[in-house]
Design a protein around this ligand. Structure first.
Ligand code: UN1
Length: 479
């Protein structure tokens, strides 16, 4: 979709038909150091409704390296004050943010549907996820637990405290354009970091709404800075910026690898949440109707444009025909772009099912990020698990079975970050860690309290109250 929208944006500049609409569309700005400002370069990107490309949602800055630099300076200026603000006070501001998000939920959901095409019930769910994340994580302002532990020597105390990382760069995708920014922004703030956030060029409005709400909640100037624009310019400048101590990125595995390389060059912390090729295993003892509903929801909810989408369904041969009643190693339904009637002016594709797919086929290996799923026959649970693990990703997996032993066995043997029993692969909740193995991530988990390990650094503190020199790492213990 990103490429398609970019191409359309170019076409839009030429098209006179859209000119009238464009002149009516609102112009938005970056948010740097508490001020709303245009890009230093004076360029704009048109945000186009993917369901009706005549509808220009707004113009957003196509920002430059200079804009990023200014935003980073603002974040640097704000850092000392923010990190010294007690965490419970930081959290109070975030609770206010939660209230503002609740108040404006319907407006944000409508804006989001207009800019990225998810149906209203789903964009409402996206905003709700941001609300849930905000309340849950703001609660950490009164915890941010460290720990104490015995020291090796007498009259010595040992403890561990969390400290903010510093200036954080957040790069976020278009499919959950308020929820995912909140997963990064709220924990970054509660831990005492300041941030520069770059939303996907296709969906800046939802992140703009989130940042605007931060301003209204009383987040001090410079603590949150918004810079909109393309990955090639804004994203690249952020990943290479020596003052950004951490980059948190959600997007494709290919782009994530570029982000990781740039961060490695300058020893920046890098947290990546990338692709998936998630699987539902349906055993012969499953409630097949329930499994079908789960597979349809997991594959086609959010048009299959979730990194957790159920893009493979591995079905035991004994119930295979019940599940996929078409023969042939091929397209069972869908596959076409819809171009008539209400769909004529947007990007619509039919829900698409491939059946009798072999696990090694491209369609069963690569992330598609669309309403497409592959049904793969299997003879046994162990073979199903092998198929489940036989891709380069490891985000989410599910099993439908009535047998608790099989369910636990599959849970234990499936190398993913998320696992469901008798439920689809989508729908992770904000108070559990979110992320995956292999090409899905780089070992971090967002959400839950585990996200605090991304946005804070541990400091181990040794406190000697013996009043004398106690020598450590000496082989004879001197008591
Ligand atoms: C994503 O698609 O990148 O678990 C995130 C889920 C949602 C989040 C999806 N809560 O499906």
């Amino acid at each position: 979709m990103a490429q398609a929208k970019k191409a359309l944006a170019k076409k839009a500049r030429k098209s006179s038909g859209r000119a009238a609409n464009r002149s009516r569309s609102k112009t938005y700005q970056n948010y740097i150091g508490g001020r709303w400002v245009p890009s230093a370069g004076g360029e704009w990107i048109e945000n186009i409704n993917p369901a009706d490309t005549r509808d220009v949602v707004g113009r957003f800055p196509s920002s430059t390296e200079e804009d990023v630099d200014r935003a980073v300076s603002a974040a640097a200026d704000a850092f000392d004050h923010w990190r010294r603000t007690p965490a419970p006070r930081r959290a109070e501001i975030l609770f206010r943010l939660g209230e503002i998000l609740i108040r404006n939920k319907d407006v944000y959901a409508a804006d989001m549907t207009r800019e990225m095409g998810k149906v209203l019930k789903e964009t409402g769910g996206d905003v709700q996820e941001a609300i849930d994340c905000t309340y849950y994580t703001a609660g950490e302002g009164r915890r941010l637990h460290g720990f104490t532990t015995p020291a090796e020597m007498p009259n010595k105390f040992a403890m561990c405290v969390r400290q903010p990382v510093g200036l954080c760069g957040l790069i976020t995708p278009w499919n959950f354009p308020m929820a995912i920014p909140s997963w990064k922004l709220i924990p970054a703030l509660v831990c005492g970091n300041t941030v520069v956030i770059k939303p996907a060029e296709d969906t800046p409005l939802s992140t703009y709404n989130l940042v605007k709400a931060c301003e209204e909640a009383g987040v001090p100037p410079g603590v949150v800075n918004l810079v909109t624009g393309y990955g090639e310019t804004v994203g690249a400048e952020m990943t290479n910026h020596s003052a950004l101590r951490l980059i948190s990125f959600t997007g494709s595995t290919d782009t994530g690898r570029l982000v990781a390389s740039a961060c490695a060059e300058r020893n920046a912390i890098c947290s990546l949440e990338m692709g998936g090729k998630n699987v539902i295993i349906v055993m012969e003892d499953a409630d097949v109707d329930n499994a079908i509903e789960g597979a349809v929801w997991g594959a086609f909810g959010t048009s299959g444009q979730r990194c957790t989408a159920s893009s493979r369904v591995v079905v035991h041969k004994k119930v295979y025909r019940q599940f996929a009643n078409e023969d042939g190693a091929t397209l069972a339904c869908g596959g076409q772009r819809l171009t008539k009637g209400d769909q004529a002016r947007g990007f619509f594709i039919e829900p698409t099912v491939f059946t009798d797919v072999a696990p090694h086929m491209r369609v069963a290996q690569e992330e598609i990020f669309g309403p497409v799923t592959s049904v793969i026959p299997t003879n046994s649970l162990d073979e199903a698990i092998e198929i489940a693990n036989g891709v380069r990703y490891g985000l989410s997996a599910a099993i439908y079975t009535q047998d608790v032993n099989r369910a636990f066995h599959a849970m234990n043997e499936t190398y993913t970050g998320i696992f469901y029993v008798n439920a689809s692969t989508i729908g992770a909740e904000v108070h559990l860690p979110f992320g995956g193995t292999k090409a899905t991530g780089n070992g971090h988990r967002e959400a839950g309290t585990q996200v605090l390990d991304i946005f804070s650094e541990w400091k181990s503190v040794y406190f000697d109250y013996s009043g004398k020199l106690q020598r450590a790492q000496i082989d004879e213990v001197e008591v």
